[in-house]
Design a protein around this ligand. Structure first.
Ligand SMILES: Cc1cc2nc3c(=O)[nH]c(=O)nc-3n(C[C@H](O)[C@H](O)[C@H](O)COP(=O)(O)OP(=O)(O)OC[C@H]3O[C@@H](n4cnc5c(N)ncnc54)[C@H](O)[C@@H]3O)c2cc1C
Length: 261
Protein backbone atom coordinates (compact mmCIF):
# COMPACT_ATOMS: atom_id res chain seq x y z
CA UNK A 1 0.00 0.00 0.00
CA UNK A 2 1.22 3.49 -0.72
CA UNK A 3 -0.61 4.92 2.30
CA UNK A 4 -1.16 3.02 5.54
CA UNK A 5 -3.06 5.27 7.91
CA UNK A 6 -4.29 2.78 10.48
CA UNK A 7 -1.14 1.33 12.05
CA UNK A 8 -0.63 2.83 15.49
CA UNK A 9 2.47 4.97 15.86
CA UNK A 10 2.49 6.29 12.29
CA UNK A 11 0.10 8.94 11.02
CA UNK A 12 0.86 7.74 7.49
CA UNK A 13 3.48 5.33 6.17
CA UNK A 14 3.84 3.32 2.97
CA UNK A 15 3.72 -0.48 3.13
CA UNK A 16 7.30 -0.62 1.88
CA UNK A 17 8.62 1.75 4.57
CA UNK A 18 6.77 -0.08 7.33
CA UNK A 19 8.29 -3.38 6.15
CA UNK A 20 11.77 -1.80 6.16
CA UNK A 21 11.25 -0.62 9.74
CA UNK A 22 10.13 -4.11 10.81
CA UNK A 23 13.18 -5.61 9.10
CA UNK A 24 15.59 -3.06 10.64
CA UNK A 25 14.26 -3.93 14.09
CA UNK A 26 14.50 -7.69 13.52
CA UNK A 27 18.10 -7.30 12.31
CA UNK A 28 19.09 -5.72 15.65
CA UNK A 29 18.06 -8.96 17.38
CA UNK A 30 19.61 -12.38 17.50
CA UNK A 31 17.44 -13.67 14.67
CA UNK A 32 18.75 -15.48 11.59
CA UNK A 33 17.03 -14.13 8.48
CA UNK A 34 16.82 -16.24 5.32
CA UNK A 35 15.14 -14.67 2.31
CA UNK A 36 13.81 -17.83 0.72
CA UNK A 37 10.58 -19.63 -0.12
CA UNK A 38 9.42 -22.64 1.89
CA UNK A 39 8.47 -25.53 -0.35
CA UNK A 40 7.59 -28.16 2.26
CA UNK A 41 7.21 -28.80 5.96
CA UNK A 42 7.68 -32.36 7.19
CA UNK A 43 7.00 -33.43 10.77
CA UNK A 44 9.76 -35.61 12.20
CA UNK A 45 10.10 -37.01 15.68
CA UNK A 46 9.71 -33.93 17.99
CA UNK A 47 10.81 -31.67 15.12
CA UNK A 48 9.60 -30.04 11.92
CA UNK A 49 11.87 -30.06 8.86
CA UNK A 50 11.33 -26.93 6.77
CA UNK A 51 12.74 -27.16 3.24
CA UNK A 52 13.11 -24.17 0.93
CA UNK A 53 13.17 -23.86 -2.86
CA UNK A 54 16.92 -23.18 -2.75
CA UNK A 55 17.46 -26.49 -0.98
CA UNK A 56 18.07 -25.37 2.62
CA UNK A 57 16.48 -27.48 5.36
CA UNK A 58 15.93 -25.95 8.78
CA UNK A 59 14.78 -28.08 11.69
CA UNK A 60 12.75 -26.59 14.51
CA UNK A 61 10.84 -27.79 17.56
CA UNK A 62 8.14 -25.25 16.87
CA UNK A 63 6.99 -23.16 13.90
CA UNK A 64 4.88 -20.04 13.50
CA UNK A 65 3.18 -19.98 10.10
CA UNK A 66 2.59 -16.47 8.72
CA UNK A 67 2.60 -16.81 4.94
CA UNK A 68 -0.36 -14.50 4.21
CA UNK A 69 -2.72 -14.72 1.26
CA UNK A 70 -2.90 -13.47 -2.30
CA UNK A 71 -5.78 -11.83 -4.13
CA UNK A 72 -7.61 -13.59 -6.93
CA UNK A 73 -7.25 -11.57 -10.08
CA UNK A 74 -9.61 -10.29 -12.75
CA UNK A 75 -7.58 -11.85 -15.54
CA UNK A 76 -7.70 -8.69 -17.66
CA UNK A 77 -4.88 -7.20 -19.75
CA UNK A 78 -2.81 -4.50 -17.92
CA UNK A 79 -4.17 -5.48 -14.50
CA UNK A 80 -0.71 -5.31 -12.89
CA UNK A 81 -0.07 -1.89 -14.45
CA UNK A 82 -3.16 -0.35 -12.83
CA UNK A 83 -2.74 -1.92 -9.37
CA UNK A 84 -2.23 1.10 -7.10
CA UNK A 85 -3.19 3.39 -10.00
CA UNK A 86 -6.93 3.15 -9.62
CA UNK A 87 -7.21 -0.61 -9.26
CA UNK A 88 -7.39 -1.66 -5.61
CA UNK A 89 -7.45 -4.96 -3.78
CA UNK A 90 -8.06 -3.41 -0.36
CA UNK A 91 -11.19 -1.28 -0.01
CA UNK A 92 -10.69 -0.80 3.75
CA UNK A 93 -7.33 0.80 2.97
CA UNK A 94 -8.06 2.75 -0.23
CA UNK A 95 -11.79 3.53 0.02
CA UNK A 96 -11.37 7.02 1.59
CA UNK A 97 -9.21 8.11 -1.37
CA UNK A 98 -12.29 8.07 -3.62
CA UNK A 99 -14.43 10.69 -1.86
CA UNK A 100 -16.90 12.18 -4.37
CA UNK A 101 -15.45 10.06 -7.23
CA UNK A 102 -16.82 7.35 -9.50
CA UNK A 103 -15.93 3.80 -8.56
CA UNK A 104 -16.73 0.24 -9.57
CA UNK A 105 -16.72 -2.84 -7.36
CA UNK A 106 -16.18 -6.28 -8.89
CA UNK A 107 -17.75 -9.33 -7.24
CA UNK A 108 -21.08 -10.64 -6.06
CA UNK A 109 -20.36 -12.02 -2.57
CA UNK A 110 -20.56 -10.51 0.92
CA UNK A 111 -17.30 -8.55 0.61
CA UNK A 112 -18.27 -7.02 -2.73
CA UNK A 113 -21.71 -5.97 -1.48
CA UNK A 114 -20.31 -4.61 1.76
CA UNK A 115 -17.72 -2.61 -0.20
CA UNK A 116 -20.40 -1.31 -2.61
CA UNK A 117 -22.59 -0.17 0.30
CA UNK A 118 -19.68 1.47 2.13
CA UNK A 119 -18.42 3.16 -1.03
CA UNK A 120 -21.91 4.49 -1.81
CA UNK A 121 -21.49 6.77 1.20
CA UNK A 122 -18.05 7.98 0.05
CA UNK A 123 -18.06 7.96 -3.76
CA UNK A 124 -20.49 9.82 -6.04
CA UNK A 125 -21.46 6.62 -7.89
CA UNK A 126 -20.79 2.90 -7.58
CA UNK A 127 -21.07 0.33 -10.39
CA UNK A 128 -21.31 -3.18 -8.95
CA UNK A 129 -20.13 -5.67 -11.56
CA UNK A 130 -21.23 -9.24 -10.92
CA UNK A 131 -20.06 -12.10 -13.13
CA UNK A 132 -23.24 -14.16 -12.64
CA UNK A 133 -25.77 -13.37 -9.91
CA UNK A 134 -25.44 -12.01 -6.38
CA UNK A 135 -24.44 -14.71 -3.89
CA UNK A 136 -24.40 -12.79 -0.62
CA UNK A 137 -26.20 -13.04 2.71
CA UNK A 138 -29.68 -11.45 2.75
CA UNK A 139 -28.50 -8.79 5.21
CA UNK A 140 -26.08 -7.39 2.60
CA UNK A 141 -28.65 -7.70 -0.21
CA UNK A 142 -31.19 -5.74 1.86
CA UNK A 143 -28.62 -3.02 2.55
CA UNK A 144 -27.85 -2.73 -1.16
CA UNK A 145 -31.47 -2.37 -2.19
CA UNK A 146 -32.70 1.19 -2.40
CA UNK A 147 -29.27 2.85 -2.49
CA UNK A 148 -29.69 5.23 -5.39
CA UNK A 149 -26.07 5.76 -6.42
CA UNK A 150 -25.33 2.02 -6.87
CA UNK A 151 -25.92 0.47 -10.32
CA UNK A 152 -25.80 -3.32 -10.41
CA UNK A 153 -24.57 -5.03 -13.60
CA UNK A 154 -25.41 -8.75 -13.47
CA UNK A 155 -23.87 -11.38 -15.80
CA UNK A 156 -21.17 -8.80 -16.55
CA UNK A 157 -17.41 -8.78 -16.39
CA UNK A 158 -14.61 -6.30 -16.96
CA UNK A 159 -12.92 -7.05 -20.27
CA UNK A 160 -10.63 -4.00 -20.66
CA UNK A 161 -8.95 -1.30 -18.57
CA UNK A 162 -7.82 2.07 -19.97
CA UNK A 163 -6.26 5.38 -18.86
CA UNK A 164 -2.79 6.88 -18.62
CA UNK A 165 -1.17 6.68 -16.10
CA UNK A 166 -4.23 6.20 -13.88
CA UNK A 167 -7.24 4.04 -14.60
CA UNK A 168 -9.94 6.13 -16.26
CA UNK A 169 -12.25 3.73 -18.11
CA UNK A 170 -13.35 0.13 -17.86
CA UNK A 171 -15.13 -1.87 -20.53
CA UNK A 172 -17.71 -4.30 -19.23
CA UNK A 173 -19.18 -7.08 -21.32
CA UNK A 174 -22.68 -8.12 -20.30
CA UNK A 175 -24.22 -11.39 -21.50
CA UNK A 176 -26.61 -10.67 -24.35
CA UNK A 177 -25.95 -6.92 -24.24
CA UNK A 178 -22.41 -6.54 -25.54
CA UNK A 179 -19.80 -4.01 -24.41
CA UNK A 180 -20.20 -0.82 -22.40
CA UNK A 181 -17.47 1.70 -21.56
CA UNK A 182 -17.76 3.23 -18.06
CA UNK A 183 -15.74 6.18 -16.74
CA UNK A 184 -14.27 5.41 -13.31
CA UNK A 185 -11.66 6.79 -10.91
CA UNK A 186 -11.26 3.54 -9.03
CA UNK A 187 -12.11 -0.14 -9.18
CA UNK A 188 -12.19 -2.43 -6.14
CA UNK A 189 -11.57 -6.10 -6.82
CA UNK A 190 -13.60 -8.18 -4.36
CA UNK A 191 -13.45 -11.61 -5.97
CA UNK A 192 -11.79 -13.38 -3.07
CA UNK A 193 -8.36 -14.30 -1.76
CA UNK A 194 -6.29 -17.47 -1.78
CA UNK A 195 -4.38 -18.19 1.44
CA UNK A 196 -0.82 -19.40 0.83
CA UNK A 197 -1.47 -22.80 2.37
CA UNK A 198 -0.57 -25.11 -0.54
CA UNK A 199 2.68 -26.07 1.18
CA UNK A 200 0.88 -27.38 4.25
CA UNK A 201 -0.64 -30.44 2.55
CA UNK A 202 -2.60 -32.08 5.38
CA UNK A 203 -0.27 -30.81 8.12
CA UNK A 204 -2.86 -28.71 9.95
CA UNK A 205 -6.60 -28.22 9.87
CA UNK A 206 -7.78 -25.69 7.26
CA UNK A 207 -11.26 -24.21 7.02
CA UNK A 208 -13.44 -24.18 3.88
CA UNK A 209 -11.54 -21.09 2.67
CA UNK A 210 -8.23 -22.96 3.02
CA UNK A 211 -7.20 -20.75 5.96
CA UNK A 212 -5.33 -22.26 8.92
CA UNK A 213 -7.76 -22.79 11.79
CA UNK A 214 -6.34 -21.23 14.97
CA UNK A 215 -7.64 -20.81 18.49
CA UNK A 216 -7.53 -17.43 20.26
CA UNK A 217 -3.89 -18.00 21.22
CA UNK A 218 -2.69 -18.83 17.70
CA UNK A 219 -2.50 -22.61 18.23
CA UNK A 220 -3.20 -24.77 15.17
CA UNK A 221 -4.57 -28.32 15.20
CA UNK A 222 -1.01 -29.70 15.41
CA UNK A 223 1.01 -29.42 18.59
CA UNK A 224 4.07 -27.17 18.14
CA UNK A 225 2.63 -25.41 15.10
CA UNK A 226 1.30 -21.89 15.57
CA UNK A 227 -0.03 -19.41 13.02
CA UNK A 228 -0.87 -15.72 12.73
CA UNK A 229 -1.97 -13.08 10.27
CA UNK A 230 -3.85 -13.23 7.00
CA UNK A 231 -3.16 -16.95 6.48
CA UNK A 232 -5.35 -17.82 9.48
CA UNK A 233 -9.08 -18.17 10.06
CA UNK A 234 -9.10 -14.85 11.99
CA UNK A 235 -11.73 -12.78 10.20
CA UNK A 236 -10.20 -9.31 10.02
CA UNK A 237 -7.16 -8.96 7.79
CA UNK A 238 -5.20 -5.90 8.85
CA UNK A 239 -1.58 -5.20 9.78
CA UNK A 240 -2.23 -4.35 13.42
CA UNK A 241 -4.22 -7.58 13.81
CA UNK A 242 -1.56 -9.70 12.09
CA UNK A 243 1.13 -8.08 14.29
CA UNK A 244 -0.87 -8.57 17.50
CA UNK A 245 -1.72 -12.17 16.66
CA UNK A 246 1.93 -12.74 15.72
CA UNK A 247 2.96 -11.60 19.19
CA UNK A 248 0.36 -13.92 20.75
CA UNK A 249 1.58 -16.87 18.67
CA UNK A 250 5.20 -16.09 19.65
CA UNK A 251 4.31 -16.10 23.36
CA UNK A 252 2.47 -19.41 22.92
CA UNK A 253 5.41 -20.94 21.04
CA UNK A 254 7.73 -19.76 23.83
CA UNK A 255 5.52 -21.38 26.47
CA UNK A 256 5.34 -24.57 24.38
CA UNK A 257 9.16 -24.74 24.16
CA UNK A 258 9.55 -24.07 27.89
CA UNK A 259 7.25 -26.98 28.69
CA UNK A 260 9.17 -29.33 26.36
CA UNK A 261 12.40 -29.00 28.32
C1 LIG B 1 -2.92 -3.29 -1.43
C2 LIG B 1 -3.09 -3.57 0.04
C3 LIG B 1 -3.15 -2.52 0.91
C4 LIG B 1 -3.30 -2.76 2.28
N1 LIG B 1 -3.36 -1.69 3.12
C5 LIG B 1 -3.53 -1.91 4.44
C6 LIG B 1 -3.63 -0.82 5.34
O1 LIG B 1 -3.58 0.36 4.94
N2 LIG B 1 -3.76 -1.10 6.65
C7 LIG B 1 -3.83 -2.38 7.14
O2 LIG B 1 -3.92 -2.55 8.36
N3 LIG B 1 -3.78 -3.43 6.30
C8 LIG B 1 -3.63 -3.24 4.97
N4 LIG B 1 -3.60 -4.30 4.11
C9 LIG B 1 -3.69 -5.66 4.69
C10 LIG B 1 -2.31 -6.08 5.23
O3 LIG B 1 -1.35 -5.93 4.21
C11 LIG B 1 -2.32 -7.50 5.75
O4 LIG B 1 -3.37 -7.69 6.67
C12 LIG B 1 -1.00 -7.85 6.42
O5 LIG B 1 0.09 -7.61 5.56
C13 LIG B 1 -0.99 -9.30 6.85
O6 LIG B 1 0.27 -9.62 7.31
P1 LIG B 1 0.81 -11.11 7.23
O7 LIG B 1 2.19 -11.06 7.82
O8 LIG B 1 -0.18 -12.05 7.79
O9 LIG B 1 0.88 -11.45 5.70
P2 LIG B 1 1.75 -10.76 4.47
O10 LIG B 1 2.01 -9.36 4.84
O11 LIG B 1 0.98 -11.11 3.30
O12 LIG B 1 3.10 -11.55 4.58
C14 LIG B 1 3.19 -12.89 4.21
C15 LIG B 1 4.60 -13.11 3.70
O13 LIG B 1 4.85 -14.50 3.58
C16 LIG B 1 5.51 -14.71 2.36
N5 LIG B 1 5.29 -16.11 1.93
C17 LIG B 1 4.19 -16.65 1.36
N6 LIG B 1 4.40 -17.96 1.10
C18 LIG B 1 5.66 -18.22 1.52
C19 LIG B 1 6.48 -19.40 1.52
N7 LIG B 1 6.04 -20.58 1.04
N8 LIG B 1 7.74 -19.31 2.01
C20 LIG B 1 8.22 -18.13 2.52
N9 LIG B 1 7.49 -17.00 2.54
C21 LIG B 1 6.24 -17.05 2.05
C22 LIG B 1 4.91 -13.70 1.42
O14 LIG B 1 5.74 -13.50 0.31
C23 LIG B 1 4.83 -12.49 2.33
O15 LIG B 1 6.03 -11.79 2.34
C24 LIG B 1 -3.42 -4.09 2.76
C25 LIG B 1 -3.35 -5.15 1.87
C26 LIG B 1 -3.20 -4.92 0.53
C27 LIG B 1 -3.11 -6.07 -0.41
Amino acid sequence: SWAIENYMGYRMITGEDLMKKFEEQVRTLDVRLELDRVSSITPEENLFAVTTVSGITVKAKSLILTQGKQPRKLGVKDEEKYLGRGLSICSTCDGPLYKGKKVAVVGGGNSALQTAVEMSGIASSVSLIVRSTIKADPVYVRKLEGIKNITVHLHAQITALAGDPFLQYITITTEGQGDQRIEVDGVFIEVGWTPNTDILDGLVELNANKEIVVDIDGRTSRSGLFAAGDVTSVKSKQIIIAAGDGAKAALEAYEYLMKLD
